[in-house]
Design a protein around this ligand. Structure first.
Ligand code: FEO
Length: 397
């Protein structure tokens, strides 16, 4: 397995996890990569980040195509989550002379994860001189954990920001321009929605801190997925600026689960009503679409329209699970509405409404309910209800 040159003196030497389909509950149908970077100077060699424990041999194999691992002088731990730090002890064993550094919070995290393993703290202003290549550091708390840190090599104008700007994509392409910009931005949005959405304020600050530090990267090399360089950087940063600002478009997500098709029939007519107002609609059966993709569609949407029939006096478990997933991502500034069918007892609508309001959705609409099967009049009402939602979406900034 080979390393791939990123810029002058910097090499990708990570691992490709082609088979990953679940990243702590985030469905990853395209797998992921654990990116690690070798920075090769005249007097020192640094490895920025390691990989998930089962992938250490792959990392070492790639490193060996550039340098003898035993000659690595520094290891930088940008983040202690196990997908980057899990293999650290084994990598250290193969790089016995390496000084290992992390943010102050990262130092505590490494010790917690690895039985008291002691590494050194670095702070803003500290540098590591590798001879013609230096490393600079910025702690970036909560992008994605308290310990998260960005590392920058000014001579190569390369930023290694760990989880920020990442995507869960496994591919033979290492660069966004090789993969295709539109596809890369699409994957970036899925990752942002499912990992960073609740941390938008911290992510925006992180981007500001990079500018304030005078860092002007021409390559942005995250710890997952594709590397951004050249003309792919500006549109990627523009997408991040939109998402961190909370900007939305005239779009609604209709998500539902169904028992015997009544709630599904309502969903289709509601979507027709919304669409008739000129608002984009994304339709998801929660029994089929990965939650990660529903959430991704919600990223720039102004409304969530959620449907469940009543079962045992409450909502279907898939809808409850979806709401629990959404709650953790703390979406703000969106409308919501609920619909569904019932037989002899209502209840789903009450549970959905309570949970949606608790999460922070605004709910100005009446619930749309039908008994057993929607009649043609019920379906006409569903379409009218959808139009009402569509007009409200358009009227919203
Ligand atoms: Fe890729 Fe927060 O770990």
């Amino acid at each position: 397995m080979r390393a791939v040159q990123v810029t002058d003196g910097i090499w990708w030497a990570g691992a490709i996890d082609w088979s990953l389909r679940d990243f702590h509950g985030f469905e990853t149908p395209k797998g992921t990569t654990y990116n690690a970077y070798l920075v090769v100077g005249e007097s020192g060699i640094a490895l920025v980040d390691t990989v998930k424990k089962p992938f250490v041999a792959e990392l070492l194999s790639r490193v060996s195509t550039v340098v003898d691992p035993a000659k690595v002088t520094h290891i930088v731990v940008n983040h202690v989550e196990p997908d980057h730090n899990g293999g650290l002890p084994e990598v250290m064993a193969a790089m016995p002379q390496a000084r290992v550094v992390a943010s102050p919070s990262g130092v505590r995290g490494v010790a917690d994860y690895h039985d008291g393993l002691v590494v050194e703290a670095v702070k803003p202003g500290d540098t590591i001189d590798l001879g013609g290549k230096t490393l600079h550091f910025l702690p970036q708390p909560m992008v994605h954990w308290p310990d998260s840190m960005f590392t920058y090599c000014p001579e190569a104008k390369t930023l290694m920001p760990n989880d920020a700007f990442g995507q869960h994509v496994s591919s033979e392409e290492r660069f966004a321009d090789e993969y295709g910009l539109d596809g890369a931005i699409h994957e970036l949005g899925i990752y942002y929605a499912n990992i960073l959405l609740p941390l938008g304020t911290q992510v925006a600050k992180a981007v500001d801190k990079v500018a304030e530090a005078g860092w002007q990267p021409e390559t942005i090399a995250p710890s997952h997925g594709l590397i951004w360089r050249g003309e792919t950087i500006a549109p990627m940063l523009a997408a991040y600026a939109r998402w961190t600002s909370g900007a939305k478009v005239d779009k609604a997500v209709v998500a539902f689960s169904t028992m015997w098709g009544s709630t599904e029939a309502l969903a289709h007519r509601v979507a027709e009503g919304i669409g008739a107002t000129g608002v984009d609609v994304e339709m998801h059966d929660l029994a089929i679409t990965p939650l990660a993709h529903v959430v991704s569609d919600l990223l720039e949407a102004k409304a969530l329209v959620l449907g469940s029939p009543t079962l045992h006096h409450g909502m279907l478990y898939r809808v409850a699970g979806f709401l629990q997933y959404v709650a953790g991502l703390k979406p703000t500034g969106r409308l919501a509405a609920t619909f569904g069918s019932y037989g002899w007892s209502k209840g789903a609508e009450k549970q959905m409404r309570e949970r949606l309001e608790e999460i922070g959705f605004e709910m100005p609409f009446e619930d749309l309910l039908v008994k057993f099967r929607p009649t043609s009049e019920d379906l006409a009402s569903a379409e009218a209800w959808g139009r009402e939602i569509g007009e409200a979406v358009k009227a919203r900034d």
